[in-house]
Ligand binder design. Structure first.
Ligand code: JFZ
Length: 429
């Protein structure tokens, strides 16, 4: 088996076209409501974490509703935490008792999610944690992230890490064989010496690809949210993944390999400052900021996966729904400037971003201009037609600015005056 950028580009064609997805962080940590790292941050023992397992009963769980919200917002794929670092499985694994079917809800919630997402016509993704704070053979005292990292009781622990890897591989196999076609597999994550073959990554990927030849995989068998991995080098590992996964940061000029070729990437981003439910975190980014982040990603040939953290009943918080609704309105009018679009290969305009789909350039104007809008990188003769996306109204090339000192530059003019009237419609195309 070999791996190459050509193969990666072919496999990720739909993904690069679709550009926008929904991330869902949800599990028994949604009960304490302090984020999915709660057990580690507060150094909670397995015993003290058990009440959340015993209480997990999300009676309002309605993945069809989640999928409808995502779809309306213009998202084309979803990724749900089948298992996060706490080791709790939202799916019915036969290799552990630490799973959703043994909680009060008693159902395989991944199975229901997969059906719901598919029935809405969205692509199905699952997140799977390589890290497992529950398994007896995962390093504890010696691991910088483990809830028991400072607990002397575990100082001389003897673990059989190979046994953990067998377990982890078996669970991944369940995920890729029990739920039909999986479109995205989102492993998380590598750190320090816990990277690559430490996870028996080649073996793992061969197994996954055997069952799911078309699945798109992130790069975190090789790295965390901070690295690129071998995908940008001239020696791409089998387990390089198919896209880079920068976390809470937009790579300033996209991501390219050693030859300068663009590499598929996906920004993962939270709406507030938590992945999982935290009712005390009210620091939501305004919807407008998040929409602009999506535009920025696309302008740099990337995707964006926007996160929600449903509560312990299964409801997506109202603040998140409000943001999704704003996306829905915007995407309704402007999706053409997102789907199938990417880097424009033009000078970046000071008023916002260009995105591009073949010969169509989309100008995303973030800042109210004075006078006409300068279109850097374009000449009058390059332009056949200009119009707004929201109403198909005509936009003209400004003629008066063509006769003076600015005459070799290209300006867009809207309406019958030589400047853009206020309020500015969102975009011109
Ligand atoms: C990881 C998870 O730990 C987190 O809970 C969430 O699921 C996110 C999408 O992915 O977050 C990380 C992973 C690695 C680093 C930081 C956050 N890192 O190495 O700095």
């Amino acid at each position: 088996m070999i791996n190459s950028l050509d193969m990666i580009n072919k496999k990720t064609e739909w993904f690069r076209h679709d550009r926008f997805g929904m991330f869902i962080h949800w599990g028994i940590y949604s009960i304490p409501g302090k984020g999915e790292w709660y057990r580690s941050h507060q150094k909670v023992s397995i015993e003290d974490y058990q009440p959340y397992f015993d209480a997990f009963n999300p009676t309002q769980y309605n993945p069809k509703e989640w999928a409808k919200l995502a779809k309306a917002a213009g998202m084309k794929y979803m990724v749900l935490t089948a298992k996060h670092h706490d080791g709790f499985c939202l799916f019915d694994s036969k290799y552990t008792d630490y799973k959703v079917t043994n909680t009060p809800i008693g159902r395989d919630l991944v199975a229901e999610y997969v059906d719901a997402v598919r029935s809405e016509g969205l692509k199905v993704g699952l997140y799977f944690s390589l890290i497992d704070w529950h398994h007896k053979d995962y390093p504890k005292y010696k691991d910088l992230n483990h809830p028991m990292r400072d607990n002397e009781d575990y100082k001389d622990e003897e673990i059989d890490f190979e046994n953990y890897l067998d377990y982890m591989h078996h669970q991944v196999e369940e995920i890729v064989t029990n739920y039909g076609q999986i479109d995205i597999l989102w492993f998380d994550y590598s750190y320090e010496e816990m990277v690559g073959e430490k996870w028996r990554a080649t073996e793992l990927i061969k197994m996954v690809r055997k069952h799911q030849p078309n699945v798109i995989i992130d790069n975190r068998l090789e790295t965390s949210g901070e690295g690129f991995g071998s995908i940008v080098t001239d020696a791409i590992n089998l387990y390089s993944g198919d896209f880079v996964s920068p976390e809470q940061i937009v790579p300033h000029e996209g991501i390219r390999n050693y030859k300068g070729e663009f590499i598929p990437w996906e920004l993962c981003i939270t709406m507030n400052n938590n992945w999982a439910y935290n009712p005390n975190d009210h620091l939501y980014k305004p919807a407008k900021v998040l929409i602009r982040k999506l535009i920025e990603c696309v302008s740099k040939n990337g995707n964006m996966i926007l996160n929600v953290g449903p509560d312990a009943l299964g409801n997506i918080p109202q603040d998140s729904i409000a943001i999704l609704d704003t996306f829905a309105t915007w995407m309704n009018q402007h999706q053409e400037a997102i789907y199938g679009c990417g880097y424009a290969d033009l000078v970046k305009p000071e008023w916002g971003y260009y995105t591009r789909n073949n010969n169509t350039i989309y100008a995303h104007i973030f800042e109210q201009p004075i006078g006409p809008i300068y279109l850097p990188g374009l000449k009058e003769t390059d332009i056949k037609r200009m119009s707004f996306l929201h109403d198909a109204g005509e936009v003209k090339i400004s003629k008066s600015w063509n006769t003076n000192a600015f005459k070799d530059l290209c300006f867009a003019q809207y309406g019958d005056v030589d400047h853009f009237t206020y309020p500015l419609p969102n975009d011109i195309a």
